[in-house]
Ligand binder design. Structure first.
Ligand SMILES: [Fe+2]
Length: 161
């Protein structure tokens, strides 16, 4: 069976050249590790929570985009970065995707926009992105307490393992 060309491929075809264009090699490495790591975690969490593969696809895209601007422009790594990343993702990527409904693109945007609000519980889709972000940080180094012991991380890990 041939591999399908999916909506995720459509998104990756826009996201990958942006990451490849990052001049700073360390920022580029960080972008691949963290963004694709959070994308993978978001997909896993969505499926674990019983959502469809299509929702997992949206979650993966939100994960891949959630911090993209902070790697493209290192000056944007601020408290407000989630909102700036959401606007950047909309302009640079979401507005160019043809295979998604407006509601789906708004969900991805919202997941990115709200991903820093980890102290509050929001919309179920936003929570997938937040949990994936927290879990990716923790699982990159499971013996480091700083991320691992965060209540949100503990909750996600109990759910997954
Ligand atoms: Fe992140």
């Amino acid at each position: 069976m041939d591999r399908q060309y999916t909506r995720l491929d459509e998104a990756r075809n826009i996201i990958d050249p942006i990451i490849k264009g990052i001049k700073d090699e360390e920022a580029k490495r960080g972008a691949y590790v963290h963004l694709y790591g959070v994308g993978l975690m978001a997909s896993l969490i969505a499926l674990k929570r019983g959502y469809s593969r299509e929702v997992a696809e949206l979650a993966e895209i939100a994960g891949m985009l959630h911090d993209l601007l902070t790697y493209v422009d290192r000056n944007e790594d601020t408290d407000d970065h989630a909102h700036k990343c959401a606007d950047h993702a909309r302009e640079a990527v979401l507005n160019h995707l043809k295979s998604f409904t407006t509601e789906e693109l708004d969900m991805i945007y919202s997941g990115i926009y709200n991903h820093s609000d980890k102290h509050v519980e929001g919309h179920w889709f936003d929570e997938i992105v937040k949990d994936a972000d927290a879990a990716q940080h923790a699982l990159r180094n499971p013996v480091e307490d700083y991320f691992y012991n965060a209540p949100r991380v503990q909750r996600v890990l109990q759910e997954l393992i």
